[in-house]
Design a protein around this ligand. Structure first.
Ligand code: CP
Length: 310
């Protein structure tokens, strides 16, 4: 039995988690995987609790896996669709959450385009808040499921060389990943056009490359990012085919990385834009392993913030 090391009531970001807390979530997720391997994939850990999925942005993987995770823990689950709610009549985010809280929600999982919105709510509600992605800020459960997936395949993260390729500027996945991998001892590179690189990104302790071939040299992990057209207010590159011709991970460009390098992507993949189908569907791709691990990691997070013992 592990000692209890997780005291947080919310999961808002990776930045403020300790290595010990991250390891506790990963160890708990491994126990949850054992639950998910049983013929009856259910435990009563959250029986009587209500989890509300409050998604103001589209999602396939995150929303579905939070729902599966909550149900596997025997929680009651409500999926709130912003498009058919009173948000369209002008109700504010805080009023929306206060009203959901008034119906005795215990945990609110929120995805919102406003950076910092989960933190804002955590200070103003009694329910536990889980950040399922806030603007270009953080996507903590994505980083945790990526870590579990990498540990499954490489057995360690300490000392690995990880390259994140693409639209770093708009990516909450990149930011959470950088915090997580650095805390676990990995070396992280970011590769992309200078226009898609946040200012002062070096301050996060990463190496910055604009040349794909140089950046991929000797890397153990190629983490490809989607070009986020929905967040691009300016013109960051001439067009998608030009971006792709320089930065796509293809059967040719993947050869710049280590021979046994694995390929990851948070999804959804823009096939043949940032990642070619031959690589996305190859044995070195961990994309669907990431998705599978999302359920166990989200079970672990819900269980721990609800006060479960690690
Ligand atoms: N990785 C991820 O957040 O995917 P969804 O947008 O489908 O949830």
């Amino acid at each position: 039995m592990l000692k209890v090391r997780f005291k947080k009531r919310h999961l808002l970001e990776i930045k403020s988690l300790t290595k010990d807390e991250i390891e506790t979530i990963i160890e708990t997720a491994r126990s949850m995987r054992e639950v998910l391997s049983r013929p009856i994939k259910k435990v009563p850990a959250l029986r009587g609790k209500t989890v509300v999925n409050l998604f103001f942005e589209p999602s396939t993987r995150t929303r579905t896996s939070f729902e599966l995770a909550a149900k596997a823990l025997s929680a009651d689950v409500v999926n709130f669709a912003a498009q058919t709610s009173s948000v369209v009549k002008g109700e504010t985010l805080l009023d929306t959450v206060k009203n959901i809280e008034a119906m005795n929600a215990d945990i609110i999982v929120i995805r919102h385009s406003a950076e910092g919105s989960p933190h804002f709510l955590a200070e103003r509600t009694k329910a536990s808040i889980v950040n399922a992605g806030d603007g270009a800020h953080e996507h903590p459960t994505q980083a945790l499921l990526d870590l579990l997936t990498l540990l499954d395949h490489k057995k360690r993260v300490d000392g690995l060389l990880i390259a994140i390729v693409g639209d770093i500027l708009h990516s909450r996945v990149a930011r959470s990943g950088i915090y997580c991998w650095k805390k676990m001892g990995a070396h992280v590179r970011v590769i992309g056009p200078p226009t898609l690189m946040p200012r002062f990104i070096e301050e996060l302790g990463v190496e910055v490359y604009s040349d794909l071939k140089e950046g991929l040299k000797d890397v153990d992990v190629v983490y490809t990012l989607r070009i986020q057209l929905e967040r691009q207010k300016g013109s960051f590159f001439p067009n998608l085919s030009e971006y792709s011709s320089i930065y796509a991970i293809t059967p040719e460009t993947i050869k710049y990385a280590k021979k046994d390098a694995v390929v990851m992507h948070p999804g959804p993949v823009n096939r043949d834009v940032e990642l070619f189908a031959e690589v996305a569907d190859s044995p070195r791709s961990l994309i669907l392993n990431q998705v599978t691990n999302g359920v166990a990691v989200r079970m672990a997070v819900l269980y721990l913030i609800a006060g479960g013992k690690a």
